[in-house]
Design a protein around this ligand. Structure first.
Ligand code: UD1
Length: 348
């Protein structure tokens, strides 16, 4: 008898992480996956393009919950997810990362006594003002299986008393990055389209609430990018929330080329060929390392401390990089298969 896994995704980074795991489920053969899209991200460029490019099967359910405050968004997702879970009766609910979709999925399942498996468990910024930090802590404490991308994540969970069901499996984003580079090679036109030469430009992305929601902080971020733009040409795919803020505040980084959000293959190829990355995204900090491109993180802390320790990443408040070395914790690009196997074994 096959195992039924109900996967909850909703925001851009979750489509990316779910893709390799979904493929690993299909390859395993013993797992039936029901994909549920909460609707949190809904633009073609923020959602559909990832399903197409990463060969993710269309969601069985789309709950169409988006563009609301945290309470209303999480609450409506919770209500709708509960209905779907009652109807589908999965053996496991699988959640990813730290968004409002993550915590809604975890809570809906836990209340129905359906065990939860959390991919990217144990990350901590230790900054409880971030919505993502609240979502992570909540999700981890009600999960049965906790798939950690790093050993630091395992240690973080232990410090909170969570030791059962914890597995260090590596990072599924490394699995997907390796595949994306191969597919983008010779196919992506992104460099030609914007007149870019490899290793002569930097890529920037900004979207975190902690950077966008405080006008003074947002102005500092824009100023920092404008200053960097004098040394190196910067290209910046702009998240819808940041676009709205730029329009409202009239603040634009001088000399930075602003473009629409990119699909995964173009973004991978743009990053792969960049000389630097400036970002507040968690995912892109690691992707920069996967492509061996140095990164500056425009935040005051990071969950991905290994990238800083290994000299590939620094906070914008740090004076310099540490000596550079390789990172083994993220695995060898086979984390998704480990998750599939672990879920099947957990049933026995
Ligand atoms: C969410 C996650 C964040 C993650 C990010 C990835 C939470 C609390 N935050 O933030 O951790 O890093 O996704 O991108 O869950 N919007 C559109 N079109 C879209 C998507 C969003 O216009 O396709 C607009 C929304 O209407 C809203 C704003 O962007 O005004 C923010 O969207 P929201 O889903 O609330 O959070 P993100 O900033 O995307």
């Amino acid at each position: 008898m096959s195992l039924t896994v109900l996967t909850v995704v909703g925001a851009r980074p979750q489509f990316i992480k779910a893709a390799p795991v979904s493929h690993a489920f299909a390859a395993h053969g013993g797992i039936r996956e029901i994909l549920v899209h909460t609707g949190q991200h809904f633009d073609a460029a923020m959602s559909d393009v990832f399903f197409e490019e990463l060969d993710i099967p269309p969601p069985a359910h789309n709950l169409e919950v988006n563009s609301l405050g945290h309470g209303a968004m999480t609450g409506r997702m919770l209500e709708k997810l509960e209905e779907v879970m009652i109807a589908e009766k999965p053996d496991w609910v699988l959640i990813y990362g730290d968004t409002n979709s993550t915590v809604a999925g975890a809570l809906a399942a836990a209340k129905l006594h359906i065990p939860v498996a959390h991919v990217e468990a144990g990350l901590r910024s230790f900054n409880r003002r971030m919505p993502e930090e609240i979502n992570r802590v909540m999700a981890d404490h009600i999960s049965t299986l906790l798939y950690c991308p790093t050993q630091t994540a395992v240690v973080n969970l232990k410090a909170e008393g969570i030791t059962k069901g914890v597995h260090h499996v590596g990072d599924v984003m490394y699995d997907v990055t390796l595949a994306a580079v191969e597919r983008a090679k010779g196919r992506s036109e992104i460099l030609n389209k914007h007149g870019l030469t490899p290793k002569t430009y930097a890529v920037a992305t900004i979207h975190r609430a902690e950077n966008t929601d405080d006008p003074e902080r947002f102005a500092r971020v824009i100023q920092w990018l404008s200053d960097r733009g004098r040394d190196v040409p910067i290209i910046m795919p702009v998240h819808p929330r940041t676009r709205k803020l730029m329009e409202k505040s009239g603040l634009n980084p001088a000399g930075v080329q602003l473009i629409e959000p990119l699909g995964y293959l173009d973004m991978a190829w743009l990053t792969h060929n960049a000389s630097g990355v400036f970002t507040d995204s968690g995912g892109l900090q690691k992707e920069a390392y996967f492509h061996r491109v140095p990164c500056v993180t425009l935040r005051d802390e990071t969950e991905w401390v290994e990238t800083v320790e290994a000299g590939w990443n620094r906070l914008w408040t740090d004076a310099d990089y540490k000596p550079r070395q390789e990172i083994s914790e993220y695995g060898i690009g086979k984390s998704s298969a480990k998750i599939a196997q672990s879920l099947v074994e957990a049933k026995k």
